[in-house]
Design a protein around this ligand. Structure first.
Ligand code: ADP
Ligand code: MG
Length: 309
């Protein structure tokens, strides 16, 4: 099997979106955008040994590669549409490809996105997805819109993925629920898109709440105060914090893929109603102020979020 057979066998699926004119197989893909809409695009790479373990299943790797990219589109308030896949593989392993490709196909169906092209090369395992979506002009939620007095919210709960990672690294066996928080993050697509008219700024929490919220603060030229006692925690993180008084998992742990957003206080009722209708936990954790820093009440330990370099 050569590279072209590989693409045909594993990555040339039926396109389910009629606005995509050309997908895999030509020099480039073609698709139409609705009038009055902007293209929203974001890319994320997953590298073996950095973003996933050598023994992570191909199906989990495929799901997560897609989910982390969708999370960025959700954070802009946009609708995801299609994506390209750049795959670098150490060898042509049919079993691996079958599992990866069928999980990617299934996940694409789940999130209503189509694979429209990519690139395939040989080298250390590396998966890059570039996600494309669309949004009405002037309605995206940027990092720069937070204003003094705005509430700060976060979806889901924080720290579970980081705690799972910590357990694996320390040789403990995480539960299936804990493993899911690491391998199966849920991109908050519906919520993100519904926040377009409610939120003043938004970011997805991939490198730790403290660092990602700080990106909002810097872009918006504001400060914030958040209270650790208000942070939403899953059961195992809650126990861990109780035992250790260490808030670094929910504050600085990465891989949550929840949304952190700000909104004016007048939006409180609408945000509660939205959370209820989407059956998604949304928690108010603090307030934007005019200081130029992030103040964290309830934890004075070392705070250091993930950085690649
Ligand atoms: P070129 O050399 O002209 O860039 P390629 O051989 O890289 O063409 O790709 C041929 C076609 O297959 C293109 O449409 C490309 O987008 C698609 N393709 C290549 N690799 C992948 C992949 N991993 N997943 C999906 N489509 C792919
Ligand atoms: Mg070409």
């Amino acid at each position: 099997m050569n590279e072209f057979d590989l693409i045909q066998s594993y990555f040339n699926w039926e396109i389910t979106d009629p606005s995509i004119e050309l997908g895999v197989g030509d020099d480039a893909a073609l698709f139409n955008l609705n009038p009055g809409h902007q293209l929203v695009t974001s890319t994320d790479t997953l590298v073996e040994g950095i973003h996933f373990f050598k023994d992570t299943s191909p199906s989990d790797i495929a799901y997560k590669s897609l989910a982390v990219n969708l999370s960025d589109i959700a954070a802009m308030g946009a609708i995801a549409k299609c994506y390209t896949l750049s795959l670098t593989l150490p060898k042509l392993d049919k079993k691996w490809l079958e599992q990866f490709s069928s999980s990617l196909k299934e996940s694409s169906k789940l999130f209503h996105v189509n694979l429209i092209g990519g690139d395939t090369t040989k080298g250390p395992l590396n998966i890059t997805i570039t996600m494309m979506g669309s949004i009405e002009i002037d309605s995206s939620i940027k990092r720069s819109g937070a204003r003094e007095g705005d509430d700060i919210y976060v979806t889901g709960d924080l720290g579970s993925a980081a705690l799972c990672l910590k357990k694996i690294k320390e040789g403990d066996k995480p539960s299936q629920i804990e493993l899911n928080s690491l391998n199966k993050p849920i991109p908050r697509l519906e919520l993100g898109s519904a926040l377009r008219n409610l939120a003043s700024s938004c970011i997805d929490v991939s490198d730790g709440l403290e660092q990602d919220l700080s990106h909002i603060l810097r872009a918006s030229n504001v400060g914030a105060i958040i209270d650790t006692n208000k942070l939403p925690l899953g059961a195992s993180v809650n126990n861990y914090v109780k035992d250790t008084n260490d808030w670094s998992m929910p504050l600085c742990g990465g891989d949550d893929y929840e949304l952190c957003f700000t909104a004016g206080q007048s939006m409180r009722d609408k945000i509660s109603a939205l959370a209820e209708s989407l059956e998604t936990r949304v928690t108010r954790i603090g307030t934007i102020n005019s200081q130029k820093e992030l103040e964290v009440i309830g934890f004075s330990g070392v705070r250091s979020s993930y950085q690649h370099f």
